[in-house]
Design a protein around this ligand. Structure first.
Ligand code: COA
Length: 379
């Protein structure tokens, strides 16, 4: 095949590049499975710690396995002092830039950094999953002029995350919401950031490189930034009565409604359903039911778009949930990143175990054989 008549798969839409057992999305039916288990069962019954084990190891843990795994996670939650120093130096950067930089720097402290065996990669993935929330929370405190708080070994990852940000043991209901949110974000097929992580792994770069790539790719508003954009939209709408007008004006102006649409789901993203009632209850509990009402109105106005497969995605309700929990808006995307580390790790392991360099082609459409003019003769 010559390059001129090469078939282009722009955006790699519908292109399958390999096989996986880590997750399955049925985009038409709006279903998601991690390692064969429905997200509906996992979101309602499992802790994030159980789901990390499931996604990375491939099986649900027994009580004994979970307790050993949780001990491993807890042993890694604290950050080396020089990482905290780095966070101090770059405290004014966006939280995703801080997370990416700190994880990159953590590579230099990891004794197994260059070991790409499955066992070492899973151990490193476990350590990074434990360290990432501490990075995000430590940065949040430092930039507010407060002292960082060390993780409390008696708390779950989700509860610790809130504790290290706010300095108070969180309400168990709040911690449960973050726990569920991490579960819902743990793994999701060949999304752009997992693809980025796999490209990195396909060159046999190590897990820290792959996760740094994943975080970089996730930062874009078309991928991980949507929860923050949904909250910005809700704040701009301000009241339920303005919602319909706002949505229509945005769409008429050629804009997009954030938290809607997905490359794979052409039905409702099942993850969004697991946050909907929780957001309603949280809004009532915090005395701020209006954010849920605004989003409900947006949903109503967007209803006709569902016929075109443009439905609400996971980010639609999560932004308002973080907001009601008092989490600063620019931290929203880092919460997604923290939750996704198990998925990136599982896919990097799959890539290493059956590796092939990911190296597609670009069809060249520029000129050829142009006349070369020495620099002194160019005008
Ligand atoms: C996620 C997203 C990038 C997927 O895009 P994609 O698969 O490449 O789909 P396209 O960008 O080609 O969009 C297909 C059509 O749906 C429309 N569409 C997609 N998302 C839309 C949205 N959120 N609001 C309004 N229209 C939307 C597009 O305008 C396009 O219409 P057209 O065919 O008339 O031009 C896209 O839906 C989007 O930008 N959503 C908002 C951001 C978001 O919530 N991201 C989080 C994803 S979990």
């Amino acid at each position: 095949m010559t390059e001129e008549n090469a078939t282009l798969y722009r955006g790699l839409r519908e292109v399958y590049i390999d096989r996986t057992t880590s997750s399955y999305i049925d985009g038409k039916a709006g279903k998601l499975y991690y390692r064969g288990f429905s997200i509906d069962d996992l979101a309602e019954n499992c802790s994030f710690e159980e789901v990390i084990y499931l996604v990375m190891i491939g099986e649900l843990p027994t009580t004994g396995e979970l307790s050993e795994f949780v001990s491993d996670l807890k042993a890694s939650m604290e950050l080396p002092e020089p990482i905290i120093d780095i966070i101090r130096i770059i405290k004014d950067a966006h939280p995703m830039d801080v997370l990416r930089t700190a994880i990159s720097a953590l590579a230099t402290f990891d004794p197994e950094v260059n070991d790409n065996s499955t066992e070492a990669t899973l151990r490193k993935g476990t350590r990074l999953t434990a360290q990432a929330p501490t990075i995000v929370a430590t940065h949040s405190r430092i930039r507010e002029g407060k002292d960082p708080i060390k993780p409390d070994p008696d708390l779950s990852i989700a509860a610790n995350f809130l504790y290290m940000i706010f300095g108070e043991i969180p309400d168990p209901q709040d911690a449960k919401l973050i726990d569920k949110d991490f579960v819902l974000h743990a793994e999701h097929g060949l999304n752009a950031s997992s693809f980025g992580a796999r490209v990195s792994a396909s060159t046999q770069a190590d897990l820290h490189c792959a996760i740094t790539t994943g975080i970089s790719v996730l930062k874009g508003p078309s991928h991980g930034g949507a929860a923050e954009s949904v909250m910005t939209m809700s704040l701009e709408i301000g009241s339920e009565d303005n919602a319909a007008d706002y949505v229509r004006k945005t769409l008429d102006g050629g804009g997009r409604i954030m938290g809607f649409g997905h490359r794979v789901y052409k039905a409702i993203d099942p993850r969004s359903l697991h946050l909907q009632d929780d957001l309603k209850a949280l809004g009532e509990r915090k005395g701020e039911p209006k954010w849920y009402s605004i989003l409900q109105k947006v949903l109503e106005v967007m209803q006709p778009y569902s016929r075109r497969g443009i439905c609400q995605n996971v980010d639609f309700f999560s932004g308002a949930m973080y907001y009601l929990l008092g989490i600063p808006e620019d931290l929203f995307i880092s919460i997604f990143a923290v939750g996704r580390i198990p998925g990136w790790t599982a896919q990097v392991v799959e890539q290493f175990e059956n590796n092939i360099l990911l190296r597609p082609r670009l069809q060249y459409v520029g000129e050829l054989d142009r006349e070369f003019i020495p620099i002194e003769d160019r005008s």
